[in-house]
Design a protein around this ligand. Structure first.
Ligand SMILES: C[S@@+](CC[C@H](N)C(=O)[O-])C[C@H]1O[C@@H](n2cnc3c(N)ncnc32)[C@H](O)[C@@H]1O
Length: 284
């Protein structure tokens, strides 16, 4: 751990993280759902010096976790679980891992599961788990390379102030951490209601040789936005709304404020220069 000098002496250096944790209290309903279901759904690996970091060497055995081998969908920042729960119920043939640091969000996901399962809990899905850790630090340690079939990041915190841009999730450190985990051909789906962040995402994601746009000719969302759309915003390359993406509270809030919704979809390709890419092509 790095130390740095403050007015109170030497303190551990705080990494730049994409989240703030405040107001972690659970409502009565959330606490009841937590008590009933957290053991089944919320993973609790040993932690390092912070409770959002896994202890050194901790890994996830995904087939053991779900008791089978099935396509794995990971949602980073699953929030209140709207997408995670809807998708797990609609697609029993796939396994879903939500990664979320906000305890009330995890608890609300459990409330949602209880509501979907009915009184006797007979319909509780078996294909969903949640990891209460910082995705950027935990996933590259805990998951093997090429183990994710689909990655979702919906309505990530926009961090609109210039001095906070380094906290945005869609930045090189996160991409360096998660792109190797995507299987070749995996989809990476994103959405945001902030035009400035959509622009930032395009710059970051289009620059990655491991990613290709799934809809290179896809038009920009139609209409005016109440937030400033950058002049250099790409005219094409936008995805249609993914059929499985349900409307979350964050999307609803953005729409109420008059902002457009920007959807993006990429696919993981072999990196040029790697064994499974085009290395050596054209050479003697
Ligand atoms: C604005 S909310 C969006 C939630 C949800 N995707 C939606 O559409 O409603 C962003 C969420 O990402 C979570 N988050 C941000 N950075 C994270 C990280 N590095 N690891 C795990 N969760 C993170 C936050 O705690 C927050 O719940």
């Amino acid at each position: 751990m790095q130390l740095h000098q403050t007015s109170k002496g030497l303190r551990p250096h705080r990494d730049v993280v994409s989240f703030v944790r405040r107001g972690e209290r659970l409502s009565t309903e959330q606490q009841e759902a937590w008590d009933a279901l957290a053991e089944q759904y919320v993973l609790d690996p040993p932690r390092a010096h912070r409770d959002t970091l896994p202890a050194a060497g901790e890994t996830l055995d995904v087939p053991a976790l779900f008791g089978r081998t099935a396509p794995l969908v990971v949602e980073v920042g699953s929030g209140q679980g709207e997408n995670l729960v809807a998708a797990a119920l609609a697609h029993p043939e796939r396994d879903f891992l939500g990664v979320e640091v906000y305890a009330p969000g995890l608890a609300q996901t459990l409330v949602r599961l209880q509501e979907a399962a009915g009184q006797d809990g007979a319909d509780l899905p078996q294909n969903l788990r949640m990891l209460p850790l910082d995705a950027q630090r935990a996933l590259p340690q805990m998951l093997p390379s090429a183990s994710i079939d689909e990655l979702w990041v919906y309505f990530a915190d926009p961090w609109p102030k210039q001095r906070h841009h380094k906290r945005r999730l869609i930045n090189p450190p996160f991409l360096d951490a998660v792109l190797p985990l995507l299987r070749e051909g995996a989809a990476f789906r994103l959405a945001t209601d902030w035009a400035q962040y959509a622009h930032h995402m395009r710059i970051q994601l289009d620059a990655r040789p491991e990613l290709e746009l799934l809809f290179p000719q896809g038009p920009r969302p139609d209409g005016d936005s109440t937030d400033a759309v950058p002049e250099t915003m790409a005219m094409t390359g936008w995805a249609p709304r993914f059929a499985g993406r349900v409307k979350t509270g964050f999307e609803a809030k953005g729409r109420r404020a008059g902002r457009l919704i920007w959807d993006l979809a990429y696919t993981r390709v072999a990196e040029p220069g790697t064994d499974d890419g085009t290395a050596g092509e054209g050479s003697a």
